[in-house]
Design a protein around this ligand. Structure first.
Ligand code: ZN
Length: 445
């Protein structure tokens, strides 16, 4: 009996070994249109050679030698586009775009259920072509950190994932939807919300340090209200001193700080306190826009959710949310193009999951809205690849199709430079590769 079991485990070991050696070390994508993520002109009939986890060579068919051998897998992608996997710098795995998610989630689930749901949201995100995602703060006992580590250790499948932990907000500020006694079912210490209350520079510093100790990759600060919470959405909340204390802690640890900011004064406070990224950034005037350009501060514009609330919110969202969304959408339609012309660094930052109606896996729809507001499809793709990688601080690893970069690659039908909506349709996704591994490949007849 014992011998049988030993034999069985040996056989299983052999099968596993065979599976490993049969996995192609070299993958060749042959014949597609290459959009490399740098904003350069697309190149026809391209060949991308991937060795293990990295891009080894990029060239044109006929000019580049296609490797041969047992461990080489050639995939023909004629008529399709090869591009870097998308990078969404702002999602929230604690929700999935439920119309009243912020409130329902807090009441109806504990941290573990939140994390388990997050597993499926992250997989859906990856399969939609987003190979890197950064969370804008999902709280719930730092479940993002657990999800990130589970992905990196190979227990679950998901995009390369960066985490923010709890948003830091003032008492009663946006992001904290219930008083602590209702927000925590675990006895007080673990907050079953997405945000932490903090007041005064000392508490903001401590909250940032706590997030960093739990292992987050970026710090998220809420410095104004929002259309989703009652009251004037442009009201600045945190003081410059509070914001600066948290930013200092992030920077000391080599991390960036992003600020949720709506309204001129809130954005100005965040800039003066040294934040690296403005989230939302509605009602930015010329002076503030110039300041952002000069300081090299990124904007995560989150345009689509505003449009979705305008289109679908009536009767389902509070009146202040719908009316607020109409105003924000008006602001974007008048000013978004101007920010681009000034050279502001605008990245794909969708808020997927965390805002009403915007579900995980729909991230590329944000690009379509960016194009609607005045970006060229080429600019939108750079915003979702090279520039987004820079915003997270991983531009040496991903974001472009170049030799030496990790092989995070998306292959889609058609040409997104002609129609950005190519990226939004699930049926168009032919192949998703993360670090040289094929995550998803459509089997065509
Ligand atoms: Zn957000």
């Amino acid at each position: 009996m014992r011998g049988d079991r030993k034999k069985q485990s040996l056989l299983m070991g052999c099968a596993k070994f065979r599976a490993i050696i049969m996995m192609s070390r070299v993958k060749v994508l042959r014949g597609g249109l290459l959009i490399d993520g740098t904003g350069a002109k697309p190149v026809k009939n391209c060949v991308v050679i991937v060795k293990d986890s990295k891009i080894a060579e990029v060239g044109v068919e006929g000019e580049i030698k296609i490797p041969e051998g047992d461990d080489v897998k050639v995939i023909d992608v004629y008529g399709k586009t090869i591009m870097p996997g998308l990078i969404d710098t702002h999602i929230h795995v604690c929700m999935d775009g439920e119309p009243r998610g912020l409130i329902e989630r807090t009441i109806n689930q504990n941290c573990m259920l939140a994390a388990i749901k997050g597993v499926s949201y992250l997989r859906r995100t990856l399969e939609s072509g987003v190979t890197t995602a950064q969370d804008g703060g999902s709280g719930f006992n730092w479940m993002e950190v657990a999800l990130r580590d589970a992905i990196n250790q190979g227990f679950i499948e998901g995009p390369r994932y960066f985490t923010a932990g709890y948003h830091i907000t003032v008492t009663g500020g946006h992001g904290y939807f219930f008083p602590p006694w209702l927000g925590s079912r675990s006895g007080g210490d673990i907050i079953e919300q997405a945000a932490m209350h903090a007041d005064g520079p000392t508490e903001w510093r401590k909250a940032a340090r706590l997030n960093l100790w739990y292992g987050v990759d970026v710090i998220k600060l809420v410095v104004s209200r929002d259309i989703i919470s009652p009251g004037d959405p442009t009201s600045p909340q945190a003081t410059i001193e509070e914001i600066r204390a948290a930013v200092e802690e992030a920077h000391k640890m080599g991390k960036k700080a992003m600020a949720h900011a709506v309204g001129r004064q809130a954005v100005l406070n965040a800039l003066e306190a040294g934040v690296d990224i403005i989230v939302h950034g509605f009602y930015i005037d010329d002076e503030i826009a110039d300041m952002m350009v000069e300081k090299g501060v990124y904007l995560m514009p989150t345009n689509r959710y505003v449009k979705l609330i305008v289109e679908r919110g009536e009767g389902e969202q509070p009146e202040y949310t719908v009316e607020g969304a109409k105003e924000l959408w008006k602001d974007r339609r008048s000013n978004f193009k101007k920010y681009l012309e000034k050279g502001m660094k605008i990245v794909l930052g969708s808020d997927a999951g965390g805002v009403p109606y915007f579900r995980h896996g729909e991230n590329a729809h944000e690009l379509a809205v960016m194009v609607e507001l005045g970006m060229s499809p080429s600019q939108a793709i750079v915003a979702a690849t090279k520039l987004a990688a820079e915003c997270i601080g991983i531009e040496d690893k991903v974001g472009t199709i170049e030799p030496g970069k990790l092989a995070d690659i998306l292959v889609v039908d058609g040409n997104p430079l002609e129609d950005i909506n190519t990226l939004t349709l699930k049926k168009n996704i032919y192949l998703v590769m993360k670090e040289g591994r094929i995550i998803k490949k459509r089997e065509d007849e």
